[in-house]
Design a protein around this ligand. Structure first.
Ligand code: C2O
Ligand code: CU
Length: 567
């Protein structure tokens, strides 16, 4: 095995975009952060050290973390955030994954500026299992830029609930691109040679948006989704939910020239959306030997409408796992545990003395099965380990009492009331606030249906599950029918993903085998929705066998300040 030692210093950096300089949180002073390249089976040690005045933690989005949940990173879920001057070394092995993932901060809205690609190459000497071997690869990170400090953006969003999350620019590799003032010169350029094929590693790291992506006059062939091989699928425009990644082959088969590559917002909630310029970012796909063009001479590709849900639904429905003899998939054919979770907006009581602008004069929130997530005071993983291991408290140094009160195991398996999923009745809206988890045994086949509720807005929620790749076995519009819909499930070659968009006013069904014990967060990958509480946690128990246990916590595991005070 190859071992990588990396050091992420969390530092402030001054960065200028849209003609304005601001101080932001960065890794090693870089924005976007470093792109990591590793291979299957490699061992990775990444030391994260906090040199800023806020807390921080880093998550390796889509890395399975088999039996290494300690390294996953989400604040208050698998660790406490690092305080100023603290550090922690994430230690994990890359399993069978291959393809493109990313890493990002997992504390408040820090991931707006703290992110980078996490690329897993095939084993040394082994070619890509693609129809054509690419000449080179090119990470394409889609992101968002605020001129304001994102700490304030979150604050305003929490206090109010409208207009809050519209960033000042969308970006490709941190650059707003051709259509923004003072940004043209710095637009991201991918230089290509006529006749060659390239691998684009497209990552949707945007904070609150799903995105379309395309290159003018060029076909895109998707060969991997969320680090899982898929049957080559050729299209003009790809769709990425926030948190999703796609590996795409593109051949430079047009005239020697410069072409616009662009990404535009997909948001069913925004029928009245101003389509330009803050909803599109662009760069150049530039042939060697091509003459530079002025902005006026460039042809911009046209996109599906910002709210074209049908396009998005069709796109996902066309994806299939590669599923060949060399790369088989194992889709659970039977189900041991079946869950139905509603996801949507909710209303929560307005704090005393505040003025709230949500429905009925209350606050806008979000919920899963009408539970609005509340962060615990110590991390759930720490509490779980203390609760389930006799020497857990001794190892982690905390009180069992605190661990016992950190979370409740009564997250509902089904919606609590009879909801009307497509109506706008206030009955869909009321949520309770709590830190509730769903406990599942080791090595069980889970089926989870996520049902969108159409209250307040028509929004599609990109749901991300930590620690797993799940199969998307079915998806549809309207209310899920537990009798009829399973008859149309694809149990042969459904796409494997770590993030899936729950269609606006529709549902999606996923299946996975609980072969990775630990505490695994599932949440909407829109930061605003997370701030409002759209998260829940699965605890997958350890198995009975000796190889089905979690390793003990690492020596430098970040415990919580509140715990230090109490002990
Ligand atoms: Cu991409 Cu919970 O994260
Ligand atoms: Cu959401």
């Amino acid at each position: 095995t190859i071992t990588h030692h990396l050091h992420y210093k969390i530092l402030y950096a001054n960065v200028t975009r849209l003609n304005k300089t601001k101080q932001l949180v960065s890794v090693n002073g870089q924005f976007p952060g470093p792109n990591v390249y590793v291979r299957q089976n490699d061992r990775v040690y990444i030391k994260v050290s906090n040199h800023i005045r806020e807390e921080t933690s880093i998550h390796w989005h889509g890395v399975r973390q088999m039996f290494s949940v300690w390294a996953d990173g989400p604040s208050y879920i698998t660790q406490c955030p690092l305080l100023p001057n603290e550090h922690y070394t994430h230690n994990f092995t890359i399993a069978r994954e291959q393809g493109t993932l990313f890493w990002h901060a997992h504390f408040a809205w820090q991931r707006a500026t703290v992110y980078g690609a996490f690329i897993i190459l095939p084993p040394k000497g082994k070619p890509y299992p693609f129809p054509i071997q690419p000449k080179a690869d090119f990470p394409v990170l889609l992101g968002e830029w605020w001129s304001m400090d994102v700490v304030d953006v979150e604050k305003y969003g929490l206090a109010d609930g409208g207009g809050y999350n519209i960033s000042d620019a969308l970006t490709i590799n941190g650059q707003p691109g051709l259509l923004y003032e003072c940004s043209q010169e710095d637009a991201t350029i991918m230089t290509v040679k006529k006749g060659e094929t390239y691998l684009l590693r497209v990552i949707n790291a945007a904070v609150n948006f799903q995105m379309f992506f395309q290159i003018a006059k060029h076909k895109l062939t998707v060969v991997e989704t969320d680090c899982s091989l898929c049957k080559p699928y050729t299209t003009d425009v790809i769709v990425l939910a926030a948190g999703q990644t796609a590996d795409v082959l593109v051949t430079a088969d047009q005239d020697v020239d410069g072409y616009v590559m662009a990404s535009s917002v997909y948001s069913p909630a925004r029928e009245d959306y101003v389509p330009f310029p803050t909803t599109m970012t662009s760069g150049l796909f530039m042939y060697e030997g091509a003459r530079n063009k002025t902005l006026k001479e460039l042809d911009f590709p046209s996109f599906p409408a910002a709210n074209d849900s049908t396009y998005a639904l069709n796109y996902v429905s066309n994806l299939r796992s590669l599923h060949t003899k060399d790369y088989p998939v194992k889709v659970p054919q039977s189900v041991d545990r079946s869950f139905l979770f509603t996801v949507g907006y909710s209303i929560v009581e307005c704090p005393l003395g505040d003025v709230c602008h949500g429905p009925l004069g209350k606050k806008v929130g979000t919920a899963v099965n009408n539970v609005t997530f509340q962060a615990p005071s110590i991390s759930i993983l720490q509490a779980y380990y203390q609760r389930t291991h006799i020497n857990g408290s001794a190892m982690l140094g905390g009180s069992l009492e605190l661990a016992k009160s950190a979370y409740q195991e009564d997250f509902p398996s089904m919606p609590l009331l009879q909801y009307n999923y497509t109506g706008e009745t206030p009955a869909n809206l009321h949520a309770m606030v709590g830190t509730k988890v769903k406990v599942v045994d080791f090595n069980k086949n889970v089926q989870l249906v996520l049902q969108n509720t159409k209250n307040l807005f028509f929004e599609s929620h990109p749901f991300h599950l930590h620690g797993y790749n799940f199969y998307v076995v079915g998806m549809g519009e309207g209310t899920y029918d537990s009798q009829k819909d399973p008859q149309n499930f694809n149990l042969e070659d459904p796409p494997a993903m770590n993030t899936v968009a729950v269609p606006a006013g529709g549902w999606v069904a996923i299946r996975f085998l609980t072969d990775n014990p630990g505490v695994w967060l599932m949440h909407c990958h829109f930061e605003m929705h997370v701030s409002w509480g759209m998260m829940m946690v699965f605890i997958v128990k350890e198995g009975d066998g000796p190889r089905e246990k979690l390793p003990p916590p690492p020596k430098d595991y970040p415990k919580c300040a509140s715990l230090d005070k109490s002990s």
